[in-house]
Design a protein around this ligand. Structure first.
Ligand SMILES: [Zn+2]
Length: 399
């Protein structure tokens, strides 16, 4: 009898638990459906408004997907990305990140900060971050939908240098931001022609440099797109899809783009001895140059010198454990090259070699040379390599 009643009680409790659980589940499911329906309603409105603002429509149907945070976090693979490894070596050669910095760790931290994203004709909305009732919601959707409209256009072959990749992303993000800003009637007050100026933190450089590089398209793209829009209207931005800016110099100074500027790239010398291979060749661009200068000079001086950039070429050479970097920057005049060399020698703080030509900072050996309009920055992983490189370059010259 006692056992039976106990059994009955247990059954009742178990049934009650099940009912509560399924009630909770149903409740949650209907809340989720409500959320999705809300997002879809808002998206339909934003989509129609954006299309009429930009006077474009998508040729394919849009697939809207509501996902949760983990969707974008899963992407961080454990494999070694060779380009990332090479870039990390380059940043360290130029003292732009601490010697123990890991780009892989950095990327891991940044993954999962996505609110919404567009890929081809799919628009992803992250449930935990995107609130369809927030003031920012229409702006975010207009921005992402513009990316889908951009995807509709002529495709370009891959941009091969860091500089041209950054310029392309800045244009794409800038146009998406411009549409979103005009759509929300510039509510955020972000429409301005004034260029932001990067200022490094007072103590320790840490992730500041990589942050600035990563955020470049989002910080500078809008000013670029806005200036093109003011000068030439949407026609100007349509034209930029056909002939995109190829350097960050054009993003920083849109007048260069409007006047048809083309960079002049110098050629790098080969290393002083045999046995070297090219580990990582690239064009780093005016913005990268600005960040490098900002590490040493004050922001205004750095910005002024950035406007002198007309092209660069960086080659990182590898020989077993040794690294040698030649980064040659082409400036507008001989005088500018000389001035910059002097400024860098006097402002970079490190131990100077006896002849006053090699600076030892943080285990790296840096030297600067000029020839005509070119400034060559040398970074070597050991002092004798830096000396050999300087002897060789002085003897044979460059470019
Ligand atoms: Zn975007």
């Amino acid at each position: 009898m006692r056992t039976a009643s106990k059994k009955l009680l247990l059954t009742i409790i178990f049934a009650a638990l099940l009912i509560t659980a399924s009630a909770l589940y149903l409740n949650r499911a209907s809340e989720e459906d409500e959320y999705e329906a809300e997002v879809r309603r808002l998206f339909q409105k934003v989509k129609a408004d954006t299309e009429s603002l930009r006077n474009l429509t998508s040729t394919n149907p849009i697939n809207l997907k509501v996902v949760d945070i983990s969707f974008f976090q899963k992407d961080t693979s454990d494999g070694v990305d060779e380009l990332d490894a090479a870039r990390e070596a380059l940043y360290k050669s130029l003292l732009l990140v601490p010697q123990n910095f890991s780009i892989k760790e950095y990327k891991k931290e940044r993954a999962g900060l996505v609110v919404a994203a567009a890929s081809a004709y799919t628009l992803y909305i992250v449930r935990e971050y995107f609130n369809p009732h927030s003031d920012d919601a229409p702006r975010i959707l207009a921005h992402e939908y513009t990316h889908i409209l951009q995807y509709n256009r002529a495709k370009h072959s891959k941009f091969l240098t860091m500089d041209s990749q950054l310029a392309w992303s800045a244009f794409i993000e800038g146009e998406a931001d411009l549409v979103a800003e005009l759509y929300t009637s510039n509510k955020t007050g972000r429409l301005t022609s004034t260029m932001p100026m990067p200022k490094p933190p007072k103590s320790g450089i840490n992730k500041w440099f990589v942050d600035q590089l990563t955020l470049f398209p989002y910080i500078y793209g809008l000013t670029f797109a806005y200036k093109i829009y003011v000068a030439e209207g949407w026609r100007g931005l349509d034209q930029a899809h056909v002939e995109p800016p190829t350097s960050t110099a054009e993003i920083l100074y849109p007048n260069l783009y409007l006047s048809g500027f083309k960079p002049a790239y110098p050629n790098n010398p080969s290393p002083p001895t045999s046995g070297w291979r090219i580990y990582y060749p690239d064009v780093l661009g005016a913005y990268f140059f600005n960040l490098f200068l900002t590490r040493t000079l004050d922001s205004e001086e750095a910005l002024k010198a950035t406007s002198w950039w007309i092209g660069d070429n960086s080659t990182l050479y590898l020989n077993e454990e040794d690294l040698l970097l030649y980064w040659q920057i082409n400036l507008s005049t001989d005088e500018q090259a000389k001035t910059l060399k002097q400024m860098l020698y006097s402002e970079l703080s490190g131990a100077l070699s006896k002849d006053g030509r090699i600076l030892r900072i943080d285990g790296r050996n840096l030297a600067m040379l000029t020839q005509d309009t070119k400034l060559l920055i040398v970074s070597a992983s050991n002092p004798s390599l830096a000396e050999a490189a300087l002897r060789d370059l002085t003897h044979k010259g460059f470019d």
